[in-house]
Design a protein around this ligand. Structure first.
Ligand SMILES: [Zn+2]
Length: 484
């Protein structure tokens, strides 16, 4: 249990220098009662459990600063169809899965690479009355059997459900397969631990703090979690006397008030200064300036930092003006399209830029098309870093996998490792990307005993190797939560 903050002595670890200094000799790190108590060469026996790092590379525990953990947990139990090279292979996987008799939701097939369109009839033939919903890898269509169409209230047909009709139906999937279970949460937390993650900032929608408190008691306490309020869950938190930084349990704390101020690039709803090249629209804000002002004032007056989703450059400028006017502290989530002025304002206001670099892997093509000439201002990590804006990397899982190494690789290479980088002038160094992934921590006395041992030197890894880096050991508060 997290509540038992532990003692541990890790011997002979090479501390990865995140601030540009050279590597020093391997050191021992002593964790006592959950915090780093000593760092030095050949520390004396402390009467606590010891682990020999054998010269492995040590970094502070990794954080994912933006996840929707409930949705990620649901995604984790979906049938994986990414390996299906033909409709027949996908049908064979489905045929095995329907044996359990429960509705089947699959993800990841790539219909665009198949040689023929698929039919509802062939899916019916392997699944009968069990509802089956298969989500294409780009999420732009669903291949459903007849029982699945009925279950989601869609008209019967013999082809896939796509685009607008599919997007409308998608949220109804939760009603079909239920929300995430304790098992689902435990599975995704354990998988995150295996990637070196010690903490997540959870931005799940419509989830009161009591959900996490009870889930924690049910054993979902492997990693540190920061719960976030939304406008609709803030009142209950305030009634309970909570504010940012409050501890609900050791390791479970209250994060920010989250506000979604605009939309997204993919739907052309992110609010922009210049029009989208394809639709001619500018996107739109989700709140008026007065509403945004009220929300930030209310959060700030009640001791909450504020995390404001702003993807378009107009939304960012508006949000920054309201932070300046209200004196709110916190973060801008995504900050996908910035201006030089906005970067300067972020620095001046002391706000964190919470950015998800893996989104650029998906968005670069769309960006070039609909935000022509604005690529340099997209995911502008170099500008942010050079201006002194604190950067926190994340995944926005399930939009991208909850995997900090994918984010770090994308921040460093700005593209798939096999592709040319996209606007490499905005890249971070590996050390900079790592230091944006550890919640501001360093391995030194007084810091939480959250440690990760790596089998390879991350600072020497190629972008492709960075993606494959994994943890040999993950420690939260001196407690081993993952080890090989
Ligand atoms: Zn999000």
């Amino acid at each position: 249990m997290m509540c038992a903050m532990s003692d541990l002595l890790v011997r002979a670890a090479r501390v990865v220098p995140l601030d540009g200094e050279p590597y020093a000799e391997p050191v021992d790190v002593l964790v006592r009662s959950g915090a780093v108590a000593a760092v030095g060469r050949e520390l004396p026996d402390a009467g606590v459990p010891e682990i020999d790092a054998d010269g492995r590379w040590l970094v502070p525990g990794l954080w994912d600063a933006h996840v929707h953990l409930g949705q990620w947990a649901i995604a984790s139990r979906r049938l994986d169809l990414s390996a299906a090279r033909t409709p027949e292979e996908a049908l064979a996987v489905v045929a095995r899965a329907v044996d359990a008799g429960r509705p089947v939701v699959g993800m990841g097939h790539r219909a665009g690479t198949w040689s023929r369109p698929v039919t509802v009839a062939e899916l019916d033939a392997v699944s009968g009355s069990v509802p089956v919903v298969l989500v294409n890898s780009d999420c732009h269509h669903g291949w459903l059997n007849t029982a699945g169409l009925d279950a989601l209230g869609l008209a019967r047909r013999d082809e896939v459900v796509s685009e607008g009709e599919w997007f409308d139906a998608y949220p109804r999937l939760t009603a079909l397969v239920g929300g995430p279970t304790v098992d689902d949460y435990q599975r995704v937390l354990a998988r995150a631990a295996s990637r070196g993650v010690v903490g997540v900032v959870d931005f799940e929608f419509g989830a009161p703090w009591t959900d996490w408190a009870s889930r924690w008691d049910e054993g979902c306490d492997l990693l540190r979690v920061r719960w976030s309020a939304y406008a609709d869950t803030l009142d209950a938190a305030l009634a309970a006397g909570l504010r940012t930084g409050a501890e609900l349990a050791p390791g479970l704390s209250v994060g920010s008030l989250k506000i979604i101020s605009d939309g997204s690039l993919g739907t052309r709803t992110a609010w922009c200064c210049e029009p989208y090249a394809d639709t001619g629209g500018h996107g739109a804000p989700n709140q008026s300036a007065a509403e945004l002002h009220d929300l930030l004032t209310r959060g700030t007056a009640n001791g909450f930092t504020v995390a404001t989703h702003a993807i378009g450059d107009r939304a960012l400028a508006e949000a920054l003006a309201v932070y300046a006017a209200t004196g709110a502290a916190g973060s801008i989530e995504h900050a996908q399209l910035v201006t030089r002025d906005a970067v300067a304002d972020l620095a001046r206001l002391g706000l964190t830029a919470s950015v998800q670099p893996a989104h650029l892997l998906d968005d670069r093509t769309t960006s070039e098309r609909v935000w022509p000439g604005r690529g340099e201002r997209s995911f502008a990590l170099r500008w942010l870093r050079d201006a002194g804006v604190p950067i926190a990397l994340g995944s926005d899982a399930p939009v991208a996998p909850l995997d900090p190494w994918l984010a770090i690789s994308a921040a460093v290479h700005r593209g798939d490792p096999a592709d040319e980088p996209w606007h490499p002038e905005q890249a971070l160094s590996t050390g900079e990307a790592l230091s944006a992934s550890v919640d501001g921590r360093r391995t030194r006395v007084g810091e939480p005993g959250d440690l990760v041992l790596l089998d390879a030197d991350p600072l020497a890894a190629s972008p492709a190797a960075l993606r494959d880096l994994s943890a040999a050991l993950t420690v939260v508060g001196g407690r081993v939560v993952w080890g090989r």
